[in-house]
Design a protein around this ligand. Structure first.
Ligand code: ARG
Length: 461
């Protein structure tokens, strides 16, 4: 394990502090399978191009597969003196494949090698996240179907605004997470570009075939500019941006579940399996999962800031700063995957307190807009109706009553257009079912939205 590929021009040994400081092995060892996959493709391509012999390529491949096994069974040795996963694997390969191993690094550099490894890693992880999001969308649709007809207060400014169906409220999250999934899908186009063969920064003098390497690794295209290839980390910034937006959505739904499960709202109960207790207050059942997801949002935003700040002002091409790109990427991948997984388990088991939700739609002047709408149907301009209802609300407040608890006689003080028929407009059912404008909360609309969502998920499965 003493083979240090770059020590030729050095007379002195590297200081142990420097070895520890510059080493990234603890982090980038997670890239081992991609490093091996990329190296096998590179050596196959070189054999095909007569840069190395078929025998060399064969012993390189066999040696690399042995190393893979060593890593996976835990017998592989790591050491700070070998810096990163690329040098660890190359150094060990010399033990297995001798001189053939020393030919593997022909026509490439660690700079294009690491770019390749991270792209292979991110392509795989993005596909996993897309699949996870797809099944989470399915969970949202099923939750909405199960609770299709439960009215609940809709809020603006966290003040009761107008009633909606709980299913409509949840299908709003379907739209958000669907956009996230689409964004991840779209980003794959830019991840799926093969950088190997750009070498250190300027390309290489060997007769390599980059298209062949791309084909072997299943990349639809090769990168166009060698300097850009080794210094481009846009795909990591993009991934972190999309993940941050997705975490905004997780944070918002978490906030709602937390508020809804408070005694003040008492709209839902999160199952015992997805809540925890307090060490001092025996009565407590805390929505910790939702809180931790909300908290983890900060760390994903932090990772985005890290990668943006890391890349800003770096001159072309590769700079060692870029070694710091992996922690914010790996951490975001792991965090986001964990959040989707817990939500997939938590959401289906939430118990809905139908009665409290319904009751929230009958108080707090939530039907004020509907009274105004009624007056409009009788010919009053909306602005005038708004003002009439405003005065009515103020009067009702002083009597400690809701609008629908006033008598027709009292209502007529504010407008001659008020009559018995108005009260039908003010019920929860009427408020919901009359909102048939496209995208509105009427049950028929929500059913259509659910049908469309199901067809979308089927078409994308
Ligand atoms: N560990 C390095 C990284 O992750 C690999 C590339 C190092 N290249 C170099 N010339 N030192 O960025």
């Amino acid at each position: 394990m003493s083979y240090k590929p770059w020590d030729g021009r050095f007379a002195e040994k590297t200081d142990a502090l420097v070895e520890a400081f510059t080493s990234s092995i603890d982090v980038d060892k997670h890239l081992y399978k991609y490093d091996i996959e990329g190296s096998i493709a590179h050596s196959k391509m070189m054999a095909k191009q007569n840069i190395i012999s078929n025998e060399d390529a064969k012993s390189i491949e066999e040696g690399l597969l042995k190393i893979k096994e060593e890593i996976e069974t835990g017998s592989f040795e790591y050491s700070d003196s070998l810096e990163d996963i690329h040098m660890h694997i190359e150094s060990r390969l010399v033990d297995h494949a001798g001189d053939s191993a020393k030919k593997l690094h022909t026509g490439r550099s660690r700079n294009d090698q690491v770019a390749l490894d991270v792209r292979l890693y991110l392509r795989n992880e993005t596909n996993i996240i897309i699949d996870q999001l797809k099944s989470f969308l399915d969970v949202i649709v099923n939750f909405s179907k199960k609770h299709i007809d439960i009215p609940v207060a809709g809020y603006t400014h966290l003040q009761r605004a107008q009633p909606v169906l709980l299913s409509h409220h949840m299908m709003a999250y379907f739209e958000m997470f669907k956009r996230d999934m689409e964004r991840f899908k779209d980003s794959l186009k830019r991840v799926n570009v093969m950088p190997l063969g750009s070498a250190a920064l300027a390309g290489t003098t060997y007769n390599i075939d980059r298209e062949l390497t791309a084909e072997l690794l299943n990349f639809p295209e090769v990168s166009k500019n060698s300097m850009d290839s080794v210094s481009d980390r846009d795909f990591i910034m993009e991934f972190n941006s999309i993940a941050s937006i997705c975490m905004v959505h997780f944070s918002r739904i978490s906030e709602e579940l937390i508020i809804w499960s408070s005694s003040e709202f008492n709209f839902i109960e999160i199952s015992d399996a997805f809540t925890t207790g307090s060490s001092i207050m025996p009565q407590k059942k805390n929505p910790d999962v939702a809180e931790i997801v909300r908290g983890k949002t900060g760390r994903v935003f932090g990772n985005l800031m890290t990668i943006l700040t890391l890349m800003k002002s770096l001159p072309l091409a590769y700079n060692r700063d870029m070694q710091e790109d992996k922690t914010p990427l790996f951490d975001t991948v792991d965090t986001l995957k964990a959040c989707i997984a817990v939500y997939k388990g938590m959401l289906p088991n939430i118990k809905v307190n139908k009665e409290n939700m319904y009751n929230s739609t009958t108080v707090g002047f939530i039907n004020a807009t509907d009274m105004a709408d009624y007056l409009v149907t009788k010919g009053m301009p909306f602005r005038e109706a708004h003002s009439v209802v405003g005065k009515t609300v103020s009067f009702a407040l002083s009597k400690n009553k809701e609008i629908h608890e006033l008598t027709v006689k009292e209502l007529k003080e504010f407008t001659e257009l008020a009559d018995e028929k108005l009260f039908k407009f003010l019920t929860t059912e009427s408020m919901i079912e009359r909102r048939i404008s496209s995208g509105g909360t009427a049950t028929s609309n929500v059913k259509t939205a659910i049908d469309e969502a199901e067809s979308y998920l089927k078409a994308n499965s």
